[in-house]
Every structure is written in structure tokens, then in C-alpha cells.
Ligand binder design. Structure first.
Ligand SMILES: NC(=O)c1ccc[n+]([C@@H]2O[C@H](COP(=O)([O-])OP(=O)(O)OC[C@H]3O[C@@H](n4cnc5c(N)ncnc54)[C@H](O)[C@@H]3O)[C@@H](O)[C@H]2O)c1
Ligand SMILES: O=c1ccn([C@@H]2O[C@H](COP(=O)(O)OP(=O)(O)O[C@H]3O[C@H](CO)[C@H](O)[C@H](O)[C@H]3O)[C@@H](O)[C@H]2O)c(=O)[nH]1
Length: 323
């Protein structure tokens, strides 16, 4: 297949590109590099630098390349910023996706896999979260991703564009080749921030609240390795080609770790004590997010390989140590 990857210079996009190329697919990347990095681009992928909201640019790419399927990662994704600048998030995530769907319609491209998020659910009481759990986002970022899902639903109804929405829980880890990994600037995610302490780039890790109703008072999340996410995208694309049906899947390991458990696991991996400080809660953080991954396992045949949290953190540490 010739796959167009929008946002292929970003963290999850670049790992998916590496997996696609390893599986002998041809890859075309579109990225405006707003949060992506040239160093994450696969040397064998064709790269077009540009913005998905630029319709003429995007149409030209579809014109030149004969695309069989689309994987769409290009978005703004910082929860905190989305609360201060919601319109920027609606512009890039919702309007950007609208332009993409218009161009796909005009070029008769019928398959798209795209990044959704656990943030579409909001503050859920019942764990694990299933795909039919009520969606009620508590932040603007999650709302834009839900709006993208809804736009896809009506484009399927009207134009027959089939989609798979992948609701990731907490993406983490790095490619075992050590060449690519999690690069965000600024970094806001827990695991890379924890690892900055033993790397000498940060004095301590702030723990956002220890008064949640959880076993040790800190928030619980479901950490899923980026290589397993990459694999799910390829399986989702194959599913679309075969089944011609739209669908939504959670992607998580189905196991929750608290912030303190992550810090302890990282200490074991790096063999050093990691200094921490308890600070007030970060606004908008739900206490617990754990995925039910039964649907992705049963329907897509997806089976996450990285289930051991120390192994997951080790891949991130190998990447950050090499930089
Ligand atoms: N990292 C996570 O834990 C997580 C969890 C759930 C969902 N997601 C979603 O997964 C996707 C990828 O996340 P990531 O962590 O790899 O983010 P990232 O910022 O590393 O990657 C996004 C890429 O898209 C590009 N991009 C953004 N807007 C663009 C535009 N208008 N035109 C062209 N390129 C554009 C950026 O330059 C970047 O390379 C995002 O859609 C995000 O919302 C991420
Ligand atoms: O310095 C830090 C950073 C994070 N945390 C805590 O660690 C946990 C994980 O935080 P991250 O920022 O790494 O990830 P989030 O759970 O906030 O969000 C991630 O997962 C969500 C879905 O679960 C969304 O998809 C979102 O885009 C993605 O960044 C949270 O409890 C957070 O409060 C800290 O204690 N200290």
C-alpha cells in the first residue's frame, strides 16, 4: 500500500512510519513541523513540508501521489494549552480534518485511520473504559477529538469514507532501534520528565497531587508502548481495506499504574534514586483512566507486545540516554 501519514514527523507518527516501511509499505509524509522534527523522518519516506489546512497544497500531494490509505496524526495535543486557546485547537484539529476530508472526497480516497484519545471520555467512574462508555470531555482538546470523530461519522454516511478512530491512552516508550523516540518541546508527559531527573536535566519530578482516591493517592493511567500503537494503526488500515466498515477502538494495556509506581519503576530501570516533590493537583486530571482493550484484541487481532512497565521505560531511557 501507499500510505499518506499526516503528522509523520511527530512522536507516534514517526514510529508508525518506521513500522509501515518495515512491512514494505510505501510512505508519503505531510507535516508542517510545528511540533515535529526532521530527525524523526524516516529516510525512505517521501516528505512534503506543509500544513493540512492549506487545501491547495494538500490537493497537490494527493494529485502527485496515488494514495491507497491515510493515517492522520496531525493535531495540537496539549490539554493545558487547549483550555487557554480552545480556538487554536478547533482550528487545527477540527478545521484541519475538515480540509483533509474535503480533499479525500475530491480524490475518492475512502479509508482513514486517525488519532483520537482517552480524553474523549472525560471523568469516568467505571473502569476499565469501554468504547461505548459515555463520552463527555473535560477539556477542549478532548472535545476537538470527539468533534473529529463525529465529522468522520457523517462523512461515512454521506460519502462512504470509512474511518477507524483509535482512542489512545498514555503513549510512551521509544523504538527499540534507539534512533527515534518521544520528542516534545515543551515536554509535558510523565515518563520523559521522570527520566530527565537521572539524565541530569531536571532536579526533581513534580507529582501532581497525592490526595486522589487511589491506592497511593496519585493518579492512575494506562501506559501503552508507541510500537504497539504503531502496530494497531497498520492493523486498522488492513481492517478497513478488508471489512470496509468504520469503527472505534481503545488502545491501552488494560492495566493502570500510579504516578508513584512509574517513578519507582523508572528508579529500577536507571539504577538511581529519582527525587520527587508533591505539588498541587494539575487541573483537569481525572483520577483514573484504564482502557478495556478487548475490542481491539478481538476485532483487530491486536495484541500489545510491551506489557512490562519496566521494559517500556527501558526503551524510553535508551533513547534519551543516546541523545
Ligand atoms: N502522545 C500521547 O500520549 C497521545 C495520546 C492520545 C492521542 N494523541 C494524539 O496522537 C497524535 C500524535 O501525537 P504525538 O504525541 O505524536 O504528537 P506530535 O506533536 O509529536 O505529532 C503531531 C505531528 O503533527 C504535525 N502537525 C500538527 N499540525 C499540523 C498541520 N496543521 N499540518 C501538518 N502537520 C501538522 C506536527 O508538526 C507533528 O509532527 C495527535 O493527534 C495527538 O492528539 C497523543
Ligand atoms: O510532571 C508531571 C507530569 C505528569 N504527571 C501526572 O502523570 C500522569 C500522566 O500525565 P501525562 O501528562 O503524561 O498524560 P495525561 O494522562 O495527562 O495525558 C495523555 O493521555 C491522555 C489520554 O489519557 C491524552 O490523550 C493526552 O493527549 C495525553 O497527553 C497524570 O496523572 C499527571 O498528573 C505528574 O504528576 N507530573
Amino acid at each position: 500500500m501507499k500510505v499518506l501519514v499526516l503528522g509523520g514527523a511527530g512522536y507516534i507518527g514517526s514510529h508508525t512510519v518506521y513500522s509501515l516501511i518495515e512491512k514494505q509499505h510505501q510512505v508519503v509524509i505531510v507535516d508542517n513541523l510545528q511540533t515535529g522534527f526532521e530527525s524523526l523522518l524516516h529516510p525512505e519516506a517521501v516528505f512534503y513540508k506543509g500544513d493540512i489546512r492549506d487545501k491547495e497544497f494538500l490537493s497537490n500531494v494527493f494529485e502527485k501521489e496515488h494514495i491507497d490509505g491515510v493515517i492522520h496524526f496531525a493535531a495540537n495535543s496539549l490539554v493545558g494549552v487547549s483550555m487557554k486557546e480552545p480556538l487554536e485547537y478547533f482550528d487545527n484539529n477540527v478545521y484541519g480534518t475538515q480540509i483533509l476530508l474535503e480533499v479525500m472526497k475530491e480524490h475518492n480516497i475512502k479509508n482513514i485511520v486517525f488519532s483520537s484519545t482517552a480524553a474523549t471520555y472525560g471523568d469516568v467512574k467505571e473502569m476499565p473504559i469501554k468504547e461505548d462508555t459515555l463520552t463527555n470531555p473535560t477539556n477542549a482538546y478532548g472535545e476537538t477529538k470527539l468533534a473529529m470523530e463525529k465529522m468522520m461519522k457523517w462523512c461515512d454516511y454521506a460519502y462512504g469514507i470509512k474511518y477507524v478512530a483509535l482512542r489512545y491512552f498514555n503513549a510512551c516508550g521509544a523504538h527499540p532501534n534507539g534512533k527515534i523516540g518521544e520528542l516534545h518541546n515543551p515536554e509535558t508527559h510523565l515518563i520523559p520528565l521522570v527520566l530527565q531527573v537521572p539524565a541530569g536535566k531536571r532536579e526533581f519530578i513534580s507529582v501532581f497531587g497525592d490526595d486522589y482516591d487511589t491506592k497511593d493517592g496519585t493518579c492512575i493511567r494506562d501506559y501503552i508502548h508507541v510500537m504497539d500503537l504503531a502496530d494497531a494503526h497498520i492493523k486498522a488500515l488492513e481492517y478497513l481495506q478488508k471489512e470496509q466498515t468504520s469503527n472505534i477502538f481503545n488502545l491501552g494495556n488494560g492495566v493502570g499504574f500510579s504516578v508513584l509506581e512509574i517513578i519507582n519503576a523508572a528508579q529500577k530501570v536507571v539504577g538511581k534514586e529519582i527525587k520527587k516533590e508533591i505539588v498541587p493537583r494539575r487541573s483537569g486530571d481525572p483520577a483514573r483512566l484504564i482502557a478495556s482493550n478487548e475490542k481491539a484484541k478481538n476485532v483487530l487481532g491486536w495484541d500489545p507486545e510491551y506489557t512490562d512497565i519496566e521494559k517500556i521505560i527501558e526503551t524510553a531511557w535508551n533513547f534519551h540516554n543516546k541523545k
